[in-house]
Design a binder for this molecule. Structure first.
Ligand code: NAI
Ligand code: COI
Ligand code: MG
Length: 358
């Protein structure tokens, strides 16, 4: 049966990189229909809301969502619930996408594009499993008020709530342990249990779930140390599981091990394997409209969509192989360019991937 993909390009470079991913998908002539809708700042401008009902309905009734990026500094002063970023948070919550897989793979051709020494990143293949629908991003209460007590009583203060429930941690723990079983059988759980109650619950729960996976070695690491280990000896890490906030930050850090955040694809999944697939980066307003963004994270996210939600692993393989081929042939957008390589635009990179499909 024909499957449906909701295509939500969003803001900034979103439409430029999405056009490349669609070009690649369409070249594969798959049994898919694509339906586009507005999301983020462009949706706010058209409908007065970053996640209009019609867009949410489309996302819910589709087999998968291919998402670009949202956000633009010109919307930063809107009330929080109208800001473009609320669209991606709203989609994650509404679709129950609690699993975020963010693979950080350093392709051998890009070893020299990383800001780290080649020997530290060469062959790197790390999987970050980030919990995506809880933590301080969603915890209530939150807001701004006049501080009722303490040294600064009477002053305006902002507050957010970090919270995780046991079942919430359990379900992401199972995903992470299973991922570790399929890889190096080593799982690093990242928290801040030396300070935060939420993290202590996280750690206790990880330890309990670990008993069901005796073949996996579980290691705990505080997030500050994890941030350091990622740039000190990243290849010692294999699967890393963490909460929403720490995962957001650490995955951007891990992106630099791969050469550029323009290389980091991601999958957000629910229990039914319905998913939203997006690059890990944002809308990059600083380079938007110039046709210079790296579309590979978006293209690789489309491959993850074919693999995880649409049951088309051969097509996913074709895309991933084509990406390796264009890198081997020396095609580079500006963010990963180095001497001796062919510098290409965003759309030329899309064309090169299409040409490399076999
Ligand atoms: N899931 C989403 O839609 C996300 C949205 N954002 C939003 O994006 C906007 C910009 O945020 P920033 O913090 O600047 O993060 P960003 O990820 O958009 O950009 C950070 C830096 O990386 C570069 N970059 C990002 N993607 C690239 C690509 N494909 N090719 C080449 N260079 C690339 C940018 O030019 C910039 O210098 C904000 O409004 C933010 O809220 C940020 C992260 C995720
Ligand atoms: C824009 C935020 C809502 C999230 C973010 O930075 C991310 O998921 O990487
Ligand atoms: Mg982020």
């Amino acid at each position: 049966m024909t499957k449906k993909v909701a295509v939500l390009a969003g803001d900034g470079i979103g439409s430029e990189i999405m056009a490349q991913a669609l070009k690649v998908l369409k070249a594969l002539d798959l049994d898919l229909v694509y339906e586009e809708a507005l999301v983020g700042g462009v949706a706010y401008a058209a409908y007065g809301h970053p996640l209009p009902e019609s867009t949410l309905k489309l996302a819910k009734e589709s087999d998968a969502v291919l998402f670009g990026a949202v956000g633009d500094f010109k919307y930063d002063n809107l009330e929080r619930h109208l800001r473009p970023e609320q669209a991606i948070l709203g989609l994650r919550k509404a679709l129950g996408l609690f699993v975020n897989l963010r693979p950080a793979v350093c392709y051998k051709e890009l070893t020299y594009a990383s800001s780290l020494k080649p020997e530290l990143v060469s062959g790197l293949d790390l999987l970050i499993v980030r919990e995506l629908t809880g933590d301080v991003y969603f915890g209530q209460p939150r807001g701004r008020r006049i501080s009722p007590d303490g040294l600064f009583a009477g002053s305006e203060e902002g507050f957010d709530t970090m919270r995780y429930s046991k079942p919430e941690v359990e379900r992401i723990a199972h995903v992470a342990f299973k991922a570790a079983q399929g890889r190096g059988k080593h799982l690093t759980s990242v928290d801040k249990a030396n300070v935060l109650e939420t993290s202590q619950l996280w750690r206790d729960t990880m330890n309990r779930v670990a008993k069901e996976y005796p073949d996996v070695t579980l290691e705990h690491m505080y997030v500050d140390n994890a941030a350091m280990q990622l740039v000190r000896a990243p290849k010692k890490l294999d699967v890393l599981v963490t909460g929403n906030l720490f995962g957001d930050i650490l995955s951007d850090e891990a992106a630099m091990l791969t050469g550029s955040i323009g290389m980091l694809a991601s999958a957000a999944l629910n229990e039914k394997k319905q998913g939203l697939f997006e690059p890990s980066h944002g809308s990059a307003p600083d380079i938007a409209g110039q046709n210079i963004a790296n579309p590979l994270a978006q293209i690789l996210s489309a491959a993850m969509m074919l693999r995880y939600s649409l049951d088309m692993p051969e097509a996913a393989d074709k895309i991933e192989k084509a990406v390796k081929r264009v890198l081997a042939e020396g095609y580079r957008t500006g963010d990963i360019w180095s001497e001796g390589c062919k510098k290409v635009t965003c759309s030329e990179m899309g064309d090169a991937v299409v040409a490399a499909l076999q």
